[in-house]
Design a protein around this ligand. Sequence first.
Ligand SMILES: [Fe+2]
Ligand SMILES: [Fe+2]
Length: 135
Amino acid sequence: MIAWDPALALGLQEVDAQHQNIIRLINELDANRGGGKTQLAAETLRFLHDYLNSHFVLETKLMRDVGYPDIERHRENHELFANHVIFFEIEKEFGVVTDQMLDDILAFLLEWFLHHITTEDRELANFVRTRAAAK
Ligand SMILES: [Fe+2]
Ligand SMILES: [Fe+2]
């Protein structure tokens, strides 16, 4: 369980709102571990996966709109992450999501997501704010 930390806020309303939702979903996933709730957890994973993809679409649009110079690297990171998070493949392959798999996915999700927000997304937000201030 992780709480939303105001220090994670980037000052971009829509992006921040989505980051909060992603953290909420990660917590929901955490809460659905164990105790025979793996089906629920699998559904949350699927939802989280879709939500992350639409979040990446939003950030890509933002990067294009502001002419972000580092767009390719940022997009590559999103893609690497999406490819890494093979929720469905795991689920399909094994037919079931075990607690161990969930633990691994959760640890990975949290680490990647927090790292990404505090580095790449922060750089993007700084660029957007600088651009806005220069106008
Ligand atoms: Fe983000
Ligand atoms: Fe991002």
